[in-house]
Ligand binder design. Sequence first.
Ligand SMILES: [Zn+2]
Length: 649
Amino acid sequence: MGVWEQVGLKVGLEIHRQLQTHKLFCSCESVLTETDHWTFSRHLRPTRSELGSIDQAASEEAKLKREFTYQATPDICLVEMDEEPPHPVNQEAVDITLTIARLLGSIPVDELSFMRKIVIDGSNTTGFQRTGLMAFGGKVDTPQGPVRVSTLCLEEDAARIVETDHSTATYRLDRIGIPEVELATEPDIHTPEQAKEAARALGDLLRATRKVRRGLGTIRQDVNVSIAGGKRVEIKLVQDLNSIPLIVEEEARRQYRLIHVAKELETRGITKEEVLAHKDNIIDLTEDLSNTSSKVLQRALNNNGIILGVKLDGFAGLMGQKGGGSPVEGAPESWLYDGKRLLGPEIADYAKVKGVKGLFHSDELPAYGVTPAEVDMVKGLLSCTHDDGFVLVAESPDIATAAMDAVIERSAMAVDGVVAEVRKPLPDNSTQYLRPMPGAARMYPETDLKPLELDRDRAAQIDGDLPELFGAKVVRYVSEFGLSQESANQLVFSSDFEMFEDLSKDHDPKVVTTTILSWTSEAANEGANTDHLTTDTLDVVLTALDESKFAKEAVPNVLVGLCKKMDEDPTDPTQALEATINELGLETVDDSEIIAVIDEELQKRLDFVKEQGMRAIGPLMGPVMGRLRGKADGKKISQLLKQRISELT
Ligand SMILES: [Zn+2]
């Protein structure tokens, strides 16, 4: 039994992907802009849902009383600003989502009704996000087995964050209202690698529609992870496909550590109530530690801060790294000895939300300038026995008190093991506590929009016109265009099949393949900014090649020159190409000029040619090509060379 089976790993994905169409509830274009804007401000009030309850996460956030500033850009209208009700839903967005549903084998709903999902971070001017369930069921295949899809929703994207601190946040409204699908899977994924494969397969399927947006910020992937005895933890905004397995593994290990801590606390007979009772037992140690040589503590004291301490009964050894024992190689037990700290970082994360930069716990002291004598003194003042732990926090009185309450609350939760919560990934693939798991009271019906009946004729039309999936595409590229399996795979999966399909309509598919897979990267290796080489630009280049304005051999050089010209002026590829051809002296030569060069070279080696006959072709190609490089096609030269030699001999 593998380690993932032993720990009972379960992973589900939630993928958000923007659709390539105008906004969901108005006809504004879905474009992001960095140009001018004007701003307005709003305060967020805790939104009381029509069902009468306040979401736990919402009330948590509302305690912070934040003011939100919105940047209105020229491309938006009153809908994005919530000064006008939503217009009827974008029908193209509905069609794209239906297409995705059919590709997944999901069952569309009969009627699309939008719900309001409470959003408390200010990223929606309305205070909620509109989301509509479009389909349920279906699956996606991975090499490790199928992963069922639970729901497919169509929703509006939120505003994008410009800057934020504890009391304010500024958002730009260009992104709000861009349609996106939200696709959630069942927790059918059982290994970290399968999580990556499932995310990849779903991404490929969405791209196959050619109707999803690409690039940074157009995809958001959340990963839900649990192990047996743990709880579902949602890791938000995992950017990179390759980091998914690493993040999943790290989260499984973290949950394993927390389950171990809970078992230990149970063995030691510690209850939640006992831990929480220490809220009345927070000790002010400011006077006692006033002469400490710890820079961290001194900095707080110099800023009129206080030092608070609390005892945690029975927590000794459960906050720092696990020591002693002998881990078994390959068994999950060995995870406890991987050098990671147990409860310390969890408690610190909760305290940080209240505004402290960090804390000290007993398992890491003496250190950081806190002396053994000071540790003994603190233990004495807090009445700690050998089995107890303690935590120190140093900050301004308000923040220190709130942080210490959070420390005690989080420590009490440790009795239950893993806490269901939302976390964010860090650059080292570990995660950090972000907020509690949103409760169930987050949704209520959207009253400004009438439910939309999903008409059967339209569904049938979509069924009859489904896009080709990537696997089928590879097979077709090989059979229809004679491409190698490797090139077809590369074009479809890791390169730009849209570009290939568009260019192949007017140009030789093999030349298009070489252009995309080889020549473009050759140009990039020469330092060219190949972002200029869009489908339109390459169409201009390939058209000129078709018209023999230069030879195939010259294409990489042409692309380099063209990109340089377009660095100066990216607007006119035709003009840039003409200038490049002139600059490189690439105007092609006709047959008579080629023959003239061939004859000159033949004359120089007449004896050799007469002696060798056709075998002289090889040795002669070099010098002739050298004189005609980029001006004539190699095949043409070889053909004319053969002809002249046969005439001579
Ligand atoms: Zn608009």
